[in-house]
Design a protein around this ligand. Structure first.
Ligand code: NDP
Length: 330
């Protein structure tokens, strides 16, 4: 008898109305791939929230199993690099967007996309980091590549209480930076200071259109928010500083001027976590192992059940999720 398993499926009707539900699937329903995985854990990222709610066109084919991050065990493989029993993680490469993703007990994927479970991480911890934490580390590495060091001055982090922001704060503080956290949730001030923020400021301070150049406040920045907030940040970066831009939680636009770039030599660094080579992923995970304190990761992380995924997707798009959510598969 073919074994069925639980999955979350996003569908669209003839009027292009999206719906999402928990369904039973069989291995025959999965998409093509040369490695099959028993999914042990996943997580909810902002992008998953957009996919589950349909608030942005993340889902590129219907029906689709969403979920951009998974950890699990190989149960069959015709790929040279992977054998039954291997513990693996996967994010990016279109899973949860164009290829059936993590919100199912089984996944079938291309073995080229997989990374061995990083040394020192349980599957749960790898998902606690997830794409959001991985992206936070990529942002830090981009700043370092440009020679940004704590001696240059403070670093500012937006979307501070969210997944990317909270992990970025913990990593930057451990690396010795004076971290300024920007949040709209002042009730999280103590949480953010516990992660290592030296100062917490209200997101309202960056919410108005900036002058071409504002007072020089920060040497570097990590931005998960975009929009006017990023424009304001760019106008307030010190001469020669840099901002790693990875998110759009407040919008896709960037109403800036060229002034910070041509008068202060500020650099705007793009970060895309989805298309990163395996070697670079391994290097990034090694940095996470070295520079993210496990105690801080535990403080950031909340466990939820498979049945909570759809509701959590709605909450993350409303800016109501603190830190990171981990889902153990049923
Ligand atoms: P979260 O929802 O966990 O965090 C986003 C945070 O942004 C919120 O917690 C909130 O923080 C802040 N925020 C929300 N709405 C607004 C608003 N209107 N104005 C200003 N701030 C706001 O999401 P993630 O951390 O998982 O992801 C953050 C962003 O990074 C998303 O846009 C996501 O798509 C992007 N991302 C990009 C990746 C890439 O490869 N480039 C990979 C992973 C994520 P607070 O309440 O503290 O203000």
């Amino acid at each position: 008898m073919t074994q069925s398993f639980k999955a979350i499926l996003v569908e669209r009707d003839e009027n292009k109305r999206q719906s999402v539900s928990v369904v039973d699937m069989t291995p025959a329903d999965l998409m093509d791939g040369n490695v099959e995985i028993a999914v042990a854990a996943t997580t909810i990222n902002y992008k998953d929230g957009l996919a589950l709610t349909g608030k942005a066109p993340i889902v590129r084919r219907f029906p689709l199993v969403p979920g951009i991050d998974l950890a699990g065990t190989v149960i069959s493989s015709s790929h040279a690099d992977w054998k039954v029993g291997d513990k693996v993680i996967l994010n990016g490469w279109g899973i949860g967007e164009s290829h059936y993703g993590a919100f199912a007990e089984r996944a079938r994927v291309d073995g080229d996309w997989l990374v061995a479970l990083p040394n020192g991480f349980s599957m749960r911890d790898a998902m606690a980091v997830g794409t959001a934490g991985f992206t936070a580390m990529r942002c830090v590495m981009r700043l370092e590549e440009l020679g940004m060091t704590p001696e240059r001055g403070p670093v500012v982090v937006t979307g501070a209480s969210g997944g990317v922001g909270s992990v970025a704060i913990a990593i930057l503080a451990k690396l010795g930076w004076h971290v300024v956290a920007v949040t709209g949730r002042r009730e999280e001030d103590e949480f953010l200071k516990g992660l290592g923020a030296a100062e917490v400021i209200d997101r309202a301070e960056l919410a108005s259109a900036p002058k071409p150049l504002e007072a020089q406040r920060w040497a570097a920045g990590v931005d998960a928010v975009g929009g006017v907030t990023l424009a304001h940040m760019l106008a307030s970066i010190k001469h020669g500083g840099a901002v790693a831009c990875c998110g759009n939680a407040s919008g896709m636009d960037l109403p800036t001027s060229v002034a910070p770039f041509i008068l202060r030599a500020v650099s705007l660094l793009g970060v895309d976590a989805s298309r990163v080579s395996r070697a670079e992923r391994q290097r990034t995970w090694a940095r996470i192992a070295a520079d993210l304190d496990p105690g801080k990761l535990a403080a950031i992380t909340k466990d939820i059940g498979f049945a909570d995924i759809i509701e959590a997707g709605r909450e993350i798009t409303e800016g109501k999720v603190r830190g990171r959510l981990v889902v153990a598969m049923p």
